[in-house]
Write a protein that binds this ligand. Structure first.
Ligand code: ADP
Ligand code: MG
Length: 297
């Protein structure tokens, strides 16, 4: 197991930031930790990276206890903090070399992480000259220096423009082929783009922990159909698996089905049997973003 969290609670003075949290992450998984601001994501990540201690409960990273074996955990985890402190006056290589020295890592590894994170064309520049996207790459390169088996990335794409966002997501995905990745975000699309699984946290509590494939399958199916003529709702309500019928516009109907089986062929047959013509037929899934909003209200 790469990460094991067992009944973790964290208080800051009289505020409870995490309330009895438990989850496990297998080797090789890319898991999104999704929640609105203030949900407790960074707090959980700081506990896993040994920066702060939990008030109650235990956590292990790469089978080592974060409190009892903090040094062993640090050797195996790479961390990109939310507000990554970079020295803007330092050159990329200088910065990486400085950190490599601290951790007694050979010079060859610096070139490796530069190549791995796509920093090569910018490697001779000062960090202050780099775009936000490239600064994040420097942060990732830094987190990768000691070749950790687990990567913990706190909002790695916040503040990036759409191109940088796509590039960094791509990079994280490719790193995920070799490593276990636990990344936080407040955007559902991010999870859809990168992760195999999502753990949703709200007000210090876990409200969902699901594989993305299951999350998609769980959802109801909505079929939007336009007939060439008005149809009585009562007739549409007789369709198999239909949960709800809504006449949204003229002869356009939104049909909600309680199954993931594609209902379009059946709607097509229905039209045929009733002497109707179909002008358009679309399958719409309730998007994951709205699901997230419901869970974190
Ligand atoms: P997230 O990363 O999901 O936005 P955080 O873990 O940063 O959430 O914060 C969770 C809650 O704990 C918030 O209400 C925040 O204000 C509070 N909090 C975080 N760090 C501290 C701290 N050092 N002292 C007091 N309260 C804190
Ligand atoms: Mg945070």
């Amino acid at each position: 197991m790469s990460i094991e969290v067992h009944q973790i609670t964290k208080h800051y003075a009289d505020q409870k930031a995490l309330n009895n949290i438990s989850f496990k992450i297998d080797k090789g998984e890319i898991v999104g930790f999704l929640g609105p601001n203030g949900a407790g994501k960074s707090t959980m990540m700081k506990i896993l990276t040994t920066y702060i201690d939990a008030t109650e409960g235990e956590a292990k990273v790469a089978d080592f206890d974060v409190q009892k074996d903090a040094l062993e955990v640090q050797k195996r985890v790479g961390y990109l903090p939310e507000h990554n402190p970079l020295y803007l006056d330092m050159y990329v290589k200088e910065y990486l070399a400085f950190n490599a020295d601290v951790y007694k890592i050979g010079k060859a590894r610096i070139e490796e992480v530069i190549a791995l994170t796509g920093l090569t064309p910018e490697a001779h520049k000062k960090i202050g000259q780099l775009s936000k996207g490239f600064r994040q790459r420097v942060g990732l390169a830094n987190a990768l220096l000691h070749n950790p088996e687990v990567l913990i990335l706190d909002e790695p794409t916040t503040g990036l423009d759409p191109n940088q966002l796509a590039d960094i997501r791509q990079l994280i995905k490719s790193l995920g082929k070799e490593k276990t990745i636990f990344l936080s975000t407040h955007i559902m699309q991010e999870v859809e783009a990168i992760c195999d699984r999502v753990i949703i946290i709200n007000k210090g509590e876990i409200v969902a922990d699901k594989k993305l494939t299951d999350l998609k399958a769980d959802q109801e199916q909505i079929v939007e159909v336009e007939f060439d003529y008005r149809v009585e709702n009562i007739l549409l309500n007789r369709l198999k698996h239909v949960q709800n019928v809504k006449n949204t516009h003229d002869f356009i109907y939104e049909l909600t089905f309680s199954t993931k089986e594609d209902m379009r062929p059946m709607v097509f047959d229905f039209a045929h049997d009733n002497g109707l013509k179909i002008l358009q037929l679309n399958q719409k899934n309730k998007n994951l973003e709205s699901l997230f909003r419901e869970m974190t209200m």
